[in-house]
Design a protein around this ligand. Structure first.
Ligand SMILES: Nc1ncnc2c1ncn2[C@@H]1O[C@H](COP(=O)(O)OP(=O)(O)OP(=O)(O)O)[C@@H](O)[C@H]1O
Length: 233
């Protein structure tokens, strides 16, 4: 069984008399240490998958096995622990706390787990040695996203989930952020899942899960993922 295994997962939203099926019989596996990209156009159901994998939402039906445990059966309390200890999340618009410095933003996360990485070292690792005591408003978009990545990885999560992490960034800054995410997988052994509508970045992934209209349309394995420096879009 794969490290992450979503099996026949459905997510239905009920709005009055209508039911929206955001995920329709979604099944895929992701191996430990892989960089996986979930690719699809707007409304395909990608964020729904990511939120369910991250324990921020629950599915209506089907299994969500993470490291051998089915989180779809978890209680609210178990899901809180799961989000706290096992998951790092990176959002499109960074979601940093505006009145805390870069270091303090990372500490917010590192202080709630037992075996966290050192916040300063984590910021140095993402190239922010000279920005440690700056507030988010003093940082560029790319730098803010790097703080957000440092915050996510400082907890040593089992899985790093990223929702359109380069969506608000320009081309070169986006590539730098992708490089950091690919390094998390290649050099640190983290399992990284990126949701995007940008098909140009698919070649950097070990596995590409194509979604359309709430379903998985196909899954591609890249035996030789492209280096970010060779990527063009
Ligand atoms: N809380 C909700 N209540 C009702 N419908 C929802 C809710 N969340 C998502 N949906 C619907 O589910 C479908 C899938 O949404 P989802 O956000 O997963 O797509 P997506 O592929 O991530 O799109 P985008 O790239 O635009 O974020 C959409 O039709 C959306 O309107």
């Amino acid at each position: 069984m794969a490290y992450i295994e979503m099996a026949h997962s459905f997510k239905r939203y009920h709005m009055g008399d209508t039911t929206i099926t955001a995920n329709n019989d979604v099944s895929f596996g992701i191996e430990k240490g892989e960089l996986a990209i979930i690719l699809g156009s707007s409304g395909a159901g990608k964020s729904t998958v990511l939120n369910i994998l991250g324990g921020m939402d629950t599915n209506s039906e089907g299994q969500v096995i993470i490291d051998g445990k089915d989180i779809s059966n978890y209680t609210a309390h178990q899901l809180t622990d799961y989000r706290r200890y096992d998951i790092g999340f990176v959002f499109q618009f960074y979601n940093l706390v505006a009145n805390l410095t870069a270091k303090e933003n990372v500490e917010l996360a590192s202080e709630i787990v037992k075996d966290a990485q050192d916040p300063v070292q984590t910021l140095i690792d993402v190239g922010l040695k000279d920005r440690i005591n700056n507030f988010p408003a003093q940082l560029s978009g790319g730098e803010q996203q790097r703080v957000a990545i440092a915050r996510a990885v400082a907890k040593n999560p089992k899985i790093l989930l990223c929702d359109e992490p380069t969506g608000a960034l320009d081309y070169n800054t986006g590539k730098q952020v992708l490089q950091i995410l690919q390094d998390q997988s290649r050099k640190k052994g983290a399992t990284v899942v990126i949701v995007t509508h940008n098909s140009a970045i698919a070649p950097i992934a070990d596995r590409v899960i194509h979604m359309h209209d709430a379903r998985v349309k196909s899954i591609d394995i890249n035996e030789h993922p492209m280096d970010i420096k060779d990527l063009e879009w």
